[in-house]
Write a protein that binds this ligand. Structure first.
Ligand code: KMH
Ligand code: ZN
Length: 316
């Protein structure tokens, strides 16, 4: 029975996830956005030391910070993190507009991580409005990358959802189910009924993405109650964009869930103050959790809560 069913007074510990770099922000938007494998490994270690139980990783080309699915770069990052900290490592299968489902899931098939993201449906995933926030582009790919999202549909069809499920089941990678809007909950119940997605499940509501459900407390509660009706029991994390990151995460912690922070979703620590590291956001989330009387899960406690296979069963 998950925390959400038991209620906070009797439930377990809060899993803090740090999303280190993502592919939403481009390097020109913050000098603190980690790009190279070395920077990502150092960031993961700092976040682990700060109390994060999980780090979520996107690979970027070391030369110019462009998102990549290059498996050797992923191998360098993931093995470098594993060598220095016990955090759970959860790479993305989100990829970018130009990547096929096969390219996106390759990191799971080859590196067999304990967990990876699993995007639960198709929707417009628009980043182009941030163009006016960038004063000067350091790299020639950044502007066209952001502009291209005006015509981008983040495709996660039932066909690709089932391919991703099969691959994750084969290598015992736990899918972190990214839900951007309410209809995606029925996508998940359908692939559970068809036997592709295995229970117990780990949901992450992603709030405030342009093309997905707006970030608000009533939408968080709406998604939670609908998920209870449609999916039954689950563990739940929340990730929200920009200024909604902390308010949404804190509400979810209070209702028995977990919280994601990190520069992938929000470049700021406070209003007008760039975060120098995702670890600063981890520390802030843990300060708030502790003030609310909540306990923080260690990486091994997170493994137990989520039923992960353990770091000795990965291929990196
Ligand atoms: N990019 C975030 C909005 C993924 O990487 O597959 C959600 C996410 C999904 O992190
Ligand atoms: Zn991501």
């Amino acid at each position: 029975m998950s925390a959400l069913e038991k209620g906070r007074e009797t439930m377990g510990k809060v899993i803090i996830t740090a999303a280190l770099t993502g592919n939403i922000h481009v390097p020109s938007m913050s000098p603190y956005l980690p790009v190279t494998p070395g920077q990502l490994i150092d960031e993961a270690v700092r976040c682990g030391e700060a109390g994060a139980a999980v780090v979520h990783v996107h690979a970027r080309s070391p030369e110019d910070g462009r998102p990549t699915t290059d498996l050797e770069i992923y191998r360098e990052i993931l093995s470098g993190i594993k060598a220095r900290t016990n955090v759970v490592i959860s790479p993305t299968t989100g990829g970018t507009a130009t990547m096929t489902p096969e390219q996106r899931i390759a990191v799971v098939r080859e590196l067999k991580p304990e967990m990876a993201t699993f995007n639960a449906g198709s929707f417009n995933f628009a980043l182009y409005p941030v163009l006016n926030k960038v004063k000067e582009f350091k790299h020639d790919w950044e502007k066209s990358f952001l502009e291209s999202t005006e015509g981008f549909i983040f495709a996660n069809t039932f066909t690709s959802l089932k391919v991703f499920c099969k691959t994750m089941n084969e290598v015992e990678t736990k899918p972190e189910l990214e839900v951007y809007d309410v209809g995606q909950l029925t996508n998940l119940s359908q692939i559970i009924q068809e036997g592709f997605l295995k229970k117990p499940i780990y949901l992450q509501f992603v709030l405030g993405i342009l093309g997905g459900i707006p970030a608000s407390i009533d939408n968080l509660l709406f998604l939670t109650n609908t998920a209870r009706r449609v999916l039954g029991d689950f563990e739940l994390s929340v990730c929200a964009a920009g200024r909604f990151q902390f308010p949404m995460g804190v509400v979810n912690m209070l209702q028995g869930g977990h919280m994601r922070v990190g520069l992938e979703d929000n470049l700021y620590l406070n209003k007008g103050q760039l975060a120098k590291s995702s670890a600063e956001q981890v520390e802030k989330a843990i300060r708030i959790a502790r003030e609310l009387g909540l306990d923080i899960a260690t990486p091994d406690e997170a493994r137990k809560i989520l039923g992960l296979k353990g770091p000795d069963k990965v291929n990196f």
